[in-house]
Design a protein around this ligand. Structure first.
Ligand code: MN
Length: 479
């Protein structure tokens, strides 16, 4: 199942990049590409086609890489499964985490070089991505923190704006890192964190698992690898980080300090506004010999898929617990891989799709529009879903609308759009929900709802085609 079983060494970012390089899926830029906009522009241009390696960006000795997990089939390959098994394999890993393996502090590859005096403005090649971004942002940093009460770790990805020599502002959504931070603040203490940059695709994917508080995502990373993840203790805190990571920033989220953060172009392809937010004070940076810096270009496929696959796996498991007829789900790219959920259902009773729609809304607050389709529709093909809406949906009886529910605060059409930064937090992200039952009736007469199929349409036509017959055909056309 996993890469670990068919290769000796565990999957690292380097071994994955090498695999892409030898299969013509990685391109190398000329040295000296600008960190401001150019790296992101080239990455965006080649998104979902090639990973890009940038040597000496702006002359910096540390190279930048982007786009190495920008296709669904690459992620399936890293997991060692077929595309069709991706969600089930991910779900299995989430349900069976593997405790990590600890490497002695100081001997891990990620601690080969130690910087105790840091200047975040020059130490790492941090790109500025979008037009109106406030400046350089770390976009692929795993934030690892420990629950101050239990010591159980949490991993998430949070955007990080570099503000000065040793201060960086962060946006924490009201989830797990936030909960640990609140617990630390209650004690009057800052929260030690590590920002880990340059890990393999499976560890990145594990960081995005939708799991309860106090489930360590590094255990899920181990399960995805098929072997415990090697971790090591930070030099300045108790936080454990992936031992084979490229770069580790050690620091603390301060109790009272706030600094302006934003604007920043986010996954829905809109900017979040500038607000006063929490601050990480950087204490130490460690890295491998000759490290590689990973940046994720916001709103491009690497960013979108990293969130989509764990969400799809969770939503599929959630729906199948109540509705065994649910066969597959997909968070469409046009729906920012968050807001539009397509559900494939083996419908046995009328009305069932509306129950599935209500279940999907309850599965994750980001889910805004749900379309339920039959088994003959491929939920990964937006044209087929649109076809189902065009031919199996009637708005007066098949539409479900819910007002005033909790939605994504990054969706600008929610309440955030109507005001300014003055909207109190508890009123942000209020959103309508819409569900479309685009299934055909369970019973219908004749072939009125049978999708047209031509016997043999799936077969390879090559044996039926003639080579070298164009000239004679042209002579025939000429009469
Ligand atoms: Mn978590």
């Amino acid at each position: 199942m996993s890469m670990a079983s068919d290769s000796r060494a565990p999957l690292t970012m380097r071994s994955w990049l090498d695999r892409l390089a030898k299969t013509d899926r990685l391109v190398v830029a000329r040295p000296g590409v600008a960190l401001k906009h150019q790296v992101a522009a080239i990455g965006k241009h080649l998104d979902a086609s090639k990973a890009v390696f940038f040597p000496q960006p702006d002359g910096h000795s540390i190279p930048v890489v982007t786009g190495f997990m920008s296709r669904r089939e690459w992620i399936a390959e890293a997991m060692g499964v077929d595309n069709s098994e991706l969600l089930q394999a991910y779900r299995k890993a989430v349900e069976n985490p593997l405790p990590w393996d600890e490497v002695a502090a100081g001997s891990a590859p990620c601690q080969a070089v130690v910087h105790r005096e840091v200047d975040m403005r020059t130490l790492l090649p941090i790109p500025t991505h979008s037009e109106h971004d406030s400046g350089p942002y770390i976009t692929a940093g795993l934030i690892i923190a420990r629950n101050p009460d239990t010591g159980i770790q949490n991993v998430s990805i949070i955007r990080i704006q570099v503000n000065s020599k040793n201060r960086m502002a962060v946006l924490m959504l009201p989830r797990h890192t936030w909960a640990f931070y609140q617990a630390a603040v209650k004690r009057g203490e800052s929260l030690p964190v590590a920002v880990v940059i340059g890990v393999d695709p499976l560890t990145l994917l594990a960081s995005q698992a939708i799991v309860p508080l106090n489930v360590d995502e590094l255990g899920i990373a181990g399960a995805l690898h098929g072997a415990p993840l090697r971790v090591t203790k930070c030099l300045t805190s108790e936080v454990r980080v992936p031992a084979d990571a490229e770069i580790v920033i050690e620091g603390r989220i301060l109790v009272e300090d706030r600094e302006m953060e934003g604007p920043f172009g986010e996954f829905p392809k809109y900017y979040s506004s500038a607000e006063m937010r929490e601050v990480i004070h950087v204490d130490t940076v460690t890295h491998r010999q000759n490290p590689i810096y990973h940046t994720v270009v916001p709103a491009e496929m690497e960013h979108l898929l990293m969130g989509a696959i764990p969400r799809e796996a969770t939503l599929l498991a959630h729906l199948q617990r109540s509705f065994p007829g649910v066969r597959d789900v997909h968070l469409s790219v046009g729906g920012t891989c968050r807001y539009h959920l397509y559900v494939k259902l083996h419908k046995q009773r009328e009305g069932e799709p509306k129950n599935v729609i209500m279940g999907a809304f309850a599965g994750h607050y980001d889910v805004k529009h749900v379309v339920v389709v039959d088994e003959d529709v491929d939920v990964h093909d937006p044209k087929q879903v649109e076809w189902a809406i065009a031919t199996r949906f009637q708005a007066d009886r098949d539409l479900l609308v819910v007002s005033g529910a909790q939605g994504s605060i990054l969706d600008p059409s929610t309440t955030v759009a109507f005001g300014s930064e003055d909207i109190p937090q508890e009123l942000q992200g209020i959103s309508a929900k819409m569900g479309l039952d685009a299934t055909r009736p369970v019973k219908y007469s004749g072939h009125v709802f049978t999708k047209v199929k031509i016997p043999g349409e799936d077969l390879d036509p090559t044996p039926f085609l003639q080579e070298g017959a164009i000239e004679s055909t042209r002579r025939f056309l000429a009469g």
